[in-house]
Design a protein around this ligand. Structure first.
Ligand SMILES: N[C@@H](CCC(=O)N[C@@H](CS)C(=O)NCC(=O)O)C(=O)O
Length: 207
């Protein structure tokens, strides 16, 4: 049984969505970010960077226990362990999945989180930063929309790259924020992923 250290944030949902798609047995271990539980000595032993998500797999590579942080690495690990093809073996497909998986982790979510900070969490209003990150996120939605005009999913078939980009698209695709009205291909892709049973479970309540 894999333990998933989770909170209800974009990166938390990415890891949980990957676990649900994998079909592997896992248990959610909530780490309340509002209560700053990510700074507890127990959690800092799992990830000194005080960030969810983290997984602990007692049966990791070589049968040894594994503690793993970074949502992109977790998505790749769980899909490979499950052998469900969402992180493919074929080298030509794999580089394409990597291209969009790295985009999801390194670019898209990192900048979307700044939008979230300046629009939602920052108690001060900084108009220049709000306008900047609205433009950045809108441009990224446009790039994704263009990509999805040519491809059903980001890297051909559904893959961990889609899971990585879905979370912030789902959050900021809400009409309260950027919305999806101007991005028909992104909306088509978003709605197809939202309808997946694994996505519904991942974004639903947890025990
Ligand atoms: N690059 C990391 C980022 C993880 C991350 O930003 N986690 C946030 C929640 S989405 C967190 O735990 N923040 C708490 C903190 O930094 O103290 C990943 O993809 O997993």
């Amino acid at each position: 049984m894999i333990d998933l250290y989770f909170w209800t944030t974009d990166n938390g949902y990415k890891a949980r969505h990957g676990m649900e798609e994998s079909g592997l047995d896992y248990a959610v271990k909530p780490v309340s970010i509002p209560d700053r539980e990510q700074f507890s000595p127990e959690f800092l032993k799992l990830n000194p960077a005080h960030k969810i998500p983290v997984i602990v797999d007692p049966d990791g590579p070589g049968g040894e226990p594994l503690t793993l942080s970074e949502s992109g690495a977790i998505l790749k690990y769980t899909a490979e362990k499950a052998g469900n093809g969402q992180y493919p073996d074929d080298p030509a497909r794999r580089v394409l999945v990597d291209r969009w998986l790295f985009y999801g982790s390194a670019q898209f979510t990192t900048l979307a989180q700044q939008y979230g900070f300046f629009w939602i969490r920052n108690p001060e209003t900084v108009e220049q930063a709000k306008a900047h990150y609205r433009n950045v996120l809108t441009e990224m939605f446009g790039l994704l929309d263009q990509r999805l005009a040519d491809s059903e999913y980001l890297a051909g078939d559904f893959s961990v790259a889609d899971i990585s980009v879905y979370a912030d698209t789902h959050i900021y695709g809400d009409d309260k924020w950027i919305g999806l009205g101007d991005f028909p291909n992104l909306k088509r892709w978003h709605d197809a992923i939202e309808a997946r049973p694994a996505a519904r479970r991942a974004w639903g309540p947890y025990e």
